[in-house]
Design a protein around this ligand. Structure first.
Ligand SMILES: C[S@@+](CC[C@H](N)C(=O)[O-])C[C@H]1O[C@@H](n2cnc3c(N)ncnc32)[C@H](O)[C@@H]1O
Length: 85
């Protein structure tokens, strides 16, 4: 859920190794992936930062798997975010 990659830029600035995933890839250093199925081994990273959709108030992309297609007034929104967490 790294979107336009602000988090990647900050991590690089801090000289940290960084991997950024998003469904909607807008630059080459973002890897296309659904955050509910992160392809990393357990305990292989030190820190995870997630900037999830806030609700369905912004159209992030046309990808039907985007959690931002679900209203935060629905329980489903939190069920899907729990899978990410
Ligand atoms: C609040 S935005 C992130 C903004 C980001 N911090 C930036 O600097 O642009 C939420 C992001 O979650 C992504 N997203 C929504 N559902 C996703 C999913 N199932 N897997 C991966 N990314 C998802 C959207 O594509 C969107 O880029």
């Amino acid at each position: 859920m790294c979107g336009s990659g602000t988090t990647i830029d900050v991590a690089n600035e801090l000289k940290r190794k960084v991997i950024g995933y998003d469904l909607n890839v807008v630059r080459p250093d973002v890897i296309k992936n659904d955050s509910r199925k992160i392809p990393l081994k357990d305990n292989s990273v030190d820190f995870v930062f997630i900037d999830s959709p806030y609700s369905d108030n912004i159209n992030y992309s046309n990808n039907k798997e985007c959690i931002g297609k679900i209203s935060c007034e629905k329980t489903e929104f939190y069920d899907e975010l729990e899978k990410v967490a």
